[in-house]
Design a protein around this ligand. Structure first.
Ligand SMILES: [Zn+2]
Length: 308
């Protein structure tokens, strides 16, 4: 399955309103499926699952329990094996809000230690306005991971090994999930394909270094990003270039004495000419400049490290 990025076949799934599917399932390896979301639907971030010898492992659970239930139903069409694990790649709401659906189906939820620490608190800032008491209550009762790791973990579905590995960059609590026997890697939001990333919790310096490490660690695999379609190693380089361009631009304009809105306006047209066709440009490009400027000045607020 090495390097196989073209669709083997598609299944349309997860209709919430009858018009647009919330996600599409794409088979990317033996028993391995990527759930690629529609940006206009309820799902939020990409997810996926791996069917092993004696059970199923799910990677991320969407932004809403409804598409999570739809993905569970799709899994049930493919296999009667139990759902053993969910791995949350990070704490952001668009990757964890269906955890309860899979926990109720019997799954153990696994994540980096910081995901458990941040899920019910830091996600308040991820809510779309207006922040109603109902939305807040939902975040404050999200289903937490019950197994946490600090750097790496191996999970087995019978003889099938799944590697879970921490990389810094997007939040400071991100896990990348790889299936070595199929050369498939689920990156969560450590990788975005043709989408401008949300840098609200990011450390872009560490992130660029992590992408280099991930290239070494996974190379010519099938790469599943947190947002955008199934990717390859070239897409990882393209995404790395976005972060590197952003950092170089901010550094240059700060050296020229620019800050605040003047700095944003100095860089936005250049970013637009290179990346204006990417998804979420109007949502995140200006914010990315501001947040990277804060990072470089050492004034950026990051989620607090939990007590050990
Ligand atoms: Zn994220």
């Amino acid at each position: 399955m090495r390097g196989l990025t073209a669709a083997l076949f598609f299944v349309l799934a997860g209709y919430s309103n009858g018009a647009v599917p919330d996600f599409q399932l794409q088979k990317i390896g033996n028993g391995i499926w990527a759930a690629i979301v529609n940006d206009e639907g309820l799902s939020g971030g990409n997810a996926g699952f791996v069917i092993g010898d004696d059970g199923v492992l799910v990677i991320d659970t969407f932004q809403d329990p409804q598409p999570a239930r739809a993905m569970l139903a799709e899994i049930r069409k493919l296999t009667p094996l139990p759902i053993r694990f969910v791995v949350n790649t990070h704490y952001h709401l668009d990757h964890v809000n269906g955890n309860d659906v899979f926990a109720a189906a019997g799954a153990t939820i696994v994540a980096h230690r910081n995901v458990r620490a941040w899920m019910r608190t830091e996600n308040i800032k991820m809510l779309d306005p207006p922040v109603t008491p109902e939305k807040k209550a939902r975040v404050e009762s999200l289903t937490l991971p019950t197994v946490v790791h600090d750097s790496r973990l191996e999970l087995y579905l019978g003889s099938r090994r799944i590697n879970v590995r921490y990389y810094p960059g997007h939040t400071g609590g991100d896990s990348v999930v790889s299936i070595p026997d199929a050369h498939v890697v689920f990156c969560g939001d450590m990788l975005w394909k043709e989408h401008i990333p949300n840098l609200i919790d990011a450390s872009t310096k560490a992130w660029v270094e992590s992408l280099d490490a991930m290239q070494k660690d996974y190379g010519p695999s099938t790469w599943v990003p947190g947002h955008g379609g199934v990717a390859n190693a070239q897409d990882v380089l393209t995404f790395r270039k976005y972060l590197a361009d952003l950092r170089a631009g901010v550094r240059r304009e700060q050296a020229a004495g620019k800050s605040g809105d003047a700095l944003v306006q100095a860089l936005l047209p250049g970013l637009k000419s290179s990346y204006g066709k990417w998804g979420f440009f109007s949502d995140y490009a200006a914010l990315d400049i501001e947040q990277t400027a804060q990072e470089m000045l050492g004034t950026k607020r990051l989620p607090p490290n939990p007590e050990r």
